[in-house]
Design a protein. Structure first.
Ligand code: ADP
Ligand code: MG
Length: 563
């Protein structure tokens, strides 16, 4: 093949792949334009996961009738003129790429009225080419309609996920901007239903309440003290989620994704959350604009910090101090190494801060490993209970220490799996339905994945925009565990974790509602637990792979006592 310069059409489609990866990227770019135009209200309407329609309306400055075509020219922007402007940038956009790019992969129409003009302008483009322009009256501001997204780029269309997944990304995007700009009123209408309506009163807590529901929003702790450059809210250790989608960072009001910041926060929560659990945070970081480079990612999703270490430390410190100030001795802490000292600087991710970690106090013992071939347990005689957490048993070859929570989890897990496989999950109707408030994204999931949830034993009925009535739950759950389990399941779904889906749910159901550490058991209960554990297929590990049993063999005892 000879070398040749690509046609502008091909160039724009290649560029589109970077800027407009999926429907939520269009929503992001249009929201950013509205915010840059000083809008106090931004309404987003979406159908078909964004491929049918994305409409973003704002009451910002509007675009002048003379300039509207220019807005769709590549590299046309009103936001910078020289390279040096990028460094001190305060607008979200600056490349002049979004509108031409979107217009190259969708049918776009615009209705806008500039604040200083008497009348508005309507234009329509197809394949990036202007096909109609007319004067049309309208209030100040801009409405952009994007239809048939990616219809002319089949390769891209193929890579899109289901409409509900794409809708989920859109909800997530709108939610993030409503947290980043609490003074702006955002409305999201998804397939004709309002799924988010932020108050726009300037209060980040109120925005959190809208996005994450009343209970979670009210439980959030405001960052206090520390460096003034970090502000916002963090969840107390009692509130957590099963994925990292709830970590929001805004640097100079720009929503950014950063592994380093995720890490700084998770470090601050070290030993406060169970393994696999993540906090909810919404943090604003303000830095002199020279301290960041915003021009490093095609979709402007990431930024570069001039001094990342310093930012990392400031964030970690602010979060840690807030958490420690709120709860000097979180109830989940057991191990003595967890003091309220300044944030630890070691690097591993928070390890099991949970109850099971207590067994590391017996390091000389070799717990049975999950891959141990002879999985069965011998018949055990109950000797007693230790620390209200472990059942001591005597077997043919020495002593067995059974973690009562882990053991009960195993028993419940296998029972639930059997029920699932036989499609006979036992369900209990609730006398009084429980009303729950969900995020826009979770509501979408319930609407699209209702069947999956029903199969797992949850019956939910839509009550308000984002309020659902829980009418039935799996019988294995105790009342107080219903909401945490449901939230966990929605987190799995939200993360697209469909593989081993039933198993994850079973593990979650098994864990909640299992006998807890610290719970006194009488002789009969302990015997019953051991009988049930003996009857399981894999009695030696809990569903998360941790040991249920530690064996102290007769030989080991003899050796230890020097016999
Ligand atoms: P950028 O945001 O990087 O400048 P865009 O392609 O997103 O590039 O937008 C091009 C220009 O169109 C902007 O610089 C702005 O002047 C104008 N514009 C786009 N959307 C709006 C809007 N909602 N309100 C007012 N002006 C807008
Ligand atoms: Mg823009």
């Amino acid at each position: 093949m000879t070398i040749h310069v690509l046609s502008s059409d091909v160039i724009s489609k290649i560029a589109a792949g970077e800027v407009v990866e999926r429907p939520s990227s269009v929503v992001k770019e249009l929201i950013e334009n509205s915010l840059d135009a000083g809008a106090a209200q931004v309404s987003i309407e979406v159908s078909g996961g964004g491929t049918q329609l994305i409409r973003v309306s704002d009451n910002g400055s509007g675009i002048s009738g003379d300039e509207i075509e220019l807005a769709f020219e590549r590299h046309a922007t009103s936001k910078i003129t020289s390279e040096s402007d990028i460094e001190g940038i305060s607008s979200l956009g600056f490349r002049g790429e979004a509108l031409p790019t979107i217009a190259s992969v969708a049918d776009v129409s615009v209705l806008t009225k500039y604040r200083d003009e008497m009348t508005g302008t309507a234009i329509r483009l197809e394949n990036g080419v202007l096909i109609n322009k007319a004067s049309q009256g309208c209030p100040q501001g801009t409405t952009i309609n994007v239809k048939n997204l990616f219809q002319n780029v089949p390769a891209r269309l193929k890579f899109l996920k289901s409409a509900s997944t794409e809708s989920g990304h859109i909800s997530q995007t709108v939610a993030q901007y409503s947290l980043a700009f609490p003074e702006v009123k955002f409305t999201l209408v998804m397939n004709g239903r309002t799924s988010l309506r932020s108050p726009g009163n300037g209060s980040l807590r109120d925005a959190l309440v809208e996005v994450y529901g009343l209970q979670t929003g009210q439980s959030m702790l405001e960052i206090t003290g520390g460096d003034v450059s970090v502000s916002g809210f963090v969840s107390p250790s009692s509130v957590s989620r099963s994925n990292r989608n709830y970590l929001s960072f805004f640097v100079n009001r720009r929503w950014v994704q950063s592994k380093a910041l995720n890490f700084a926060v998770e470090e601050a929560y070290q030993n406060m959350l169970m393994t696999g659990k993540h906090p909810i945070v919404a943090l604003n970081i303000s830095l002199p604009s020279g301290e960041i480079d915003v021009n490093v990612h095609p979709a402007k999703r990431e930024i570069k910090f001039r001094n990342e270490r310093e930012v990392f430390t400031a964030v970690q410190k602010a979060v840690r101090e807030t958490l420690v100030g709120f709860s000097p001795v979180p109830s989940m802490r057991i191990s003595s190494s967890l003091s309220a000292s300044p944030a630890p600087t070691s690097i591993p991710f928070p390890s099991t801060g949970g109850l099971q970690s207590a067994n590391t106090e017996l390091p000389v013992l070799q717990p049975y490993h999950r891959t141990e071939p002879s999985a069965q347990l011998p018949i055990l005689r109950v000797i007693g209970q230790l620390q209200n957490s472990y059942v001591l048993g005597e077997g043919p070859d020495g002593m067995y220490i059974i973690d009562q929570h882990a053991a009960h989890e195993r028993v419940r897990f296998e029972k639930i799996r059997r029920e699932q496989e036989m499609r006979s999950v036992e369900v209990q109707g609730l006398l009084e339905p429980i009303s729950i408030d969900l995020t826009a994204q979770q509501s979408e999931l319930i609407n699209s994945e209702g069947k999956l949830l029903t199969e797992t034993g949850f019956t939910l009925e839509q009550f308000g925009e984002r309020t659902f009535l829980l009418r039935a739950v799996p019988t294995v759950l105790k009342q107080q565990d219903v909401i945490p389990v449901l939230t966990e399941i929605l987190d799995f779904l939200e993360d697209g974790q469909r593989s081993e889906w039933q198993e994850r749910i079973a593990a979650s159901l098994a864990c909640h509602g299992a006998i807890k550490a610290g719970q006194a058991l009488d002789q009969r209960e302990m015997e019953e637990l051991l009988r049930q554990l003996e009857g399981t297929a894999s009695p030696r590990t809990c569903p998360h792979g941790r040991p249920t049993v530690i064996h102290l063999s007769s030989a080991h005892l003899e050796r230890e006592f020097g016999r």
